[in-house]
Ligand binder design. Structure first.
Ligand SMILES: [Mg+2]
Length: 165
């Protein structure tokens, strides 16, 4: 189903070429937190991810973390650490938090891309909000119990979608 299809499927955030995004007219990046930027097992942001965020900022991209995580302190502290705007309790796949993120960044849906590790929250919300989506592989195998259930359907849905390494 199209609503569950990401525009691209890439191995990890730091493999996404910023020059290509910029050339495509993208100026704002909405980012999922858990298992996209911050691994659920170690909670340590990989150096490559921090460097990628710095490079994005240096290029002129506006960045906002949009997280379903209910622990607001956790979300805000990693947002501070990474120098990002942030919205917690996003309730993706609902599109409202994405729209709030765009408003905060002063960007249109067309100018934005959403990067996340889940089809049924991140990609779905992006498609609802009219924002291009890039699905990445989850950083860790550790997930919330209900996410593990969605992963079963996700694996099936992604069977024929090659991942850009
Ligand atoms: Mg996630």
């Amino acid at each position: 189903m199209r609503i569950f299809s990401p525009k691209r499927y890439v191995a990890s955030v730091d493999r996404i070429d910023l020059n290509t995004l910029w050339a495509d007219g993208k100026r704002a990046i909405l980012l999922d937190r858990d298992n996209t930027l911050v691994p659920r097992d170690t909670e340590q942001v990989p150096a490559g991810v921090s460097a990628w965020l710095d490079a994005a900022r240096a290029k002129g991209f506006k960045l906002c973390m949009v997280s379903n995580n209910w622990h607001r302190d956790q979300v805000m502290s990693s947002a501070r650490e990474l120098g990002l705007e942030a919205i917690s309790h996003a309730m993706k796949p609902a599109p409202f938090a994405l729209k709030a993120g765009l408003k905060r960044l002063g960007a249109t849906a067309e100018e934005a891309v959403l990067i996340g590790d889940q089809l049924y929250t991140d990609v779905w919300s992006g498609n609802f909000a009219g924002v291009d989506t890039i699905l990445v592989k989850p950083q860790a195998t550790q997930d919330l119990w209900y996410t593990q259930i969605f992963r079963i359907f996700e694996r099936r849905a992604l069977r024929d979608l090659p991942c850009e390494e």
